[in-house]
Design a protein around this ligand. Sequence first.
Ligand SMILES: [Zn+2]
Length: 139
Amino acid sequence: MDKLPDVTLTLSGDAALVLDAALSRSDDLGRGPSSVPEQIALLELDAELERRLTATFAPDYDAVLQAARQRLVSQGGALESAAPPAPAGWMCCFCGQHLADAEAGVAELHLATGDGGTQALRCHSRCLRRQVHPRVPLL
Ligand SMILES: [Zn+2]
């Protein structure tokens, strides 16, 4: 398999500085033999941040970092408004992907609620197949 193309990220300066600080002190991130690739990826990200950030060499680094942290928290409300609106209609109850109205391979589940009602859930047939034991026949 070919090497994947590079990915370019754009972060606010505040987010980059706070992320760099978190990566620099996170010795416990990515521990364990299965996490070696993750650890290498985190080191690559940390090195890239260090290369681009000039504030890490500022004599008042701690104050700069603290101010960046406070700005991120105060802007936290912007995260929700920045998120794309949830698409109208249904989503697969297993994978969370939006289900188009005319999409083929969609199943509908009706769950009986305790009060005699039902709750309808929709899902990809393939997602349902993955969740149900292989010996259980599905239509
Ligand atoms: Zn699905």
